[in-house]
Design a protein around this ligand. Structure first.
Ligand code: MG
Length: 403
């Protein structure tokens, strides 16, 4: 049976990988809607190729440009504008599968809409879960929405555990691997000089800039620990992280009988996406995929190291937030997004990202958000507060630290 797929973040790295998979399986999936933020130039050829019913652009100016280009070639395609239109794509009545591929907190409204509509959600948008996981999972229980992780490590856990059930009566612990990013061996005293381009040069994965910086600090792994704890319903103590430079092993699940099941494969997001699409389809065991064959002989040696908390202070910070609760996790994420953006615009140095997040967490005390509007209010408040810390830590024009 043909399943209808909605892709949120169609022009980003997850969208691109999803479309690569769908191109190989047009008899099993059709693209119902595509949503993106502002990259209308990348959207235009996708419309021609996949002929979706609906296209949503979050950015109004980009939508104007796209409309002008589309009206000549694709008069039948409906184009809607604004973040609400993106969320509306996620809730389309005919959508069977929604790929939540928008990066950051910006993806929360549409991920929420998909869960609210009871869809099967292929979740890459880890920040939505970090910021509002308790509420999102509660909502999924109410609506019957199914969340399938496509973050590579979490998808690997799913495959090793043969589903989402990682209950303590079968699973003892979960280990997520981290490549260690581009600065695993760089001299610590040169970290102040790290440029955004250096931080975005990931050794094993090709991804967007925000997640690449998160991978360099290891905050990405911190967010993933929170994501894993929420999705697989385990405590911080049961989710471990190991540095594994080649990213060949994506996760290890330790069963109660001592078996260690691990997922090995290429560092290609098509692999977890194809797995989750097959599960979502319901009538397929696996989707054959033409990706480069992975060779263990070529890798040769599988190395694992404990995480050095001096080199990667973001990871202990994320564990602390997870242990503290949902409010702290939300603050961690919001402050990190602000700090990473400030690093990418070269307003702060690389080494200030984590101290800024730490400052934000220090005044995070208060009740956990009880509703989506609480979540948005706390996110906004945290961003404003963090922006003030960024100003204090900002570089002056000569590149010297002001504070
Ligand atoms: Mg990942």
């Amino acid at each position: 049976m043909l399943k209808h797929v909605v892709i949120l973040g169609a022009t980003g790295s997850i969208g691109e990988s999803t479309l690569k998979v769908l191109r190989q399986h047009r008899d099993k999936f059709s693209v119902l809607a595509l949503a993106a933020n502002a990259n209308w130039q990348a959207m235009l050829p996708l419309i021609a190729e996949f002929e979706p019913e609906l296209v949503a652009m979050s950015d109004a100016d980009a939508a104007v440009q796209l409309r002008a280009a589309m009206s000549r070639h694709h008069p039948q395609v409906r184009l809607e504008v604004g973040p609400d239109a993106v969320a509306a794509c996620a809730a389309m009545a005919r959508a069977d599968v929604v790929v939540a591929g928008i990066s950051g907190f910006a993806g929360l409204p549409s991920t929420w809409a998909a869960v609210e509509a009871g869809k099967t959600v292929l979740l890459a948008n880890k920040e939505a879960l970090v910021a509002a996981g308790d509420l999102l999972l509660e909502l999924a229980q109410e609506t019957g929405a199914r969340i399938l992780p496509i973050d590579s490590e979490h998808n690997a856990v799913y495959q090793c555990a043969n589903g989402m059930n990682c209950d303590p009566d079968r699973v003892r612990a979960i280990t997520l691997t981290a490549s260690g990013g581009p600065f695993r061996t760089r001299a610590l005293d040169s970290f102040d000089a790290i440029t955004p381009d250096e931080a975005c040069k990931h050794p094993t994965w090709d991804m967007g800039r925000k997640i690449s910086v998160d991978s360099a600090t290891l905050m990405n792994k911190g967010l993933e620990v929170i994501e894993a704890a929420l999705l697989f319903r385990r405590s911080a103590d049961d989710v471990h992280v190991l540095i594994h430079p080649t990213s060949s092993v994506h996760a290890v699940v330790e069963m109660v009988d001592g078996s260690m099941l691990s997922h090995i494969g290429p560092s290609d997001m098509q692999v977890p996406i194809a797995h989750a699409l097959a599960v979502a389809h319901g009538e397929l065991a696996r989707l054959p995929l033409s990706v480069e064959r992975f060779s263990l002989a070529r890798v040769g040696r599988l190395e694992f190291f404990e995480v050095d908390p001096i080199r990667y202070p973001a990871l202990p910070l994320a564990y602390a937030a997870l242990r503290a609760g949902q409010r702290e996790c939300l603050v961690l994420n919001a402050a990190n997004e602000v700090a990473v953006a400030a690093f990418l615009t070269q307003d702060i140095s690389f080494t200030k990202i984590v101290p800024i997040v730490e400052r934000a967490l220090e005044d995070a005390r208060g009740p956990a958000p009880r509703s989506l509007s609480d979540v948005f209010a706390l996110d906004r408040e945290t961003r404003e507060r963090t922006a003030r810390w960024v100003d204090q830590f900002a570089l002056d024009r000569n590149g010297k630290m002001v504070a």
